[in-house]
Design a protein. Sequence first.
Length: 95
Amino acid sequence: MDNFEQIRSHLVASGYKLTLQEAFVVCVELSLAKGKRHQAIFLSEMQDDDGRDYLRVSTAIAPTTGIDARRAQWQRDHDAVKAMGGLRIIATERH
């Protein structure tokens, strides 16, 4: 595969459950241990300092039972932000 869109198309055509589809990020959710565990795999297209594209893969494993739904959504959002390189502090205000 030559580009991120080909990877995305392959995942969709193969029937994988994609829970996040942004321009340069997808999240594939897999069910493990008879549904007792999930594994989210984040794929993101990144660019290095030389301008070359590369694929970054991030994973997180968590039990599906006993998690507050709000916490689970926060974790998915948190993982998506981290997969895109995280947040950067660009300025601070002195008090």
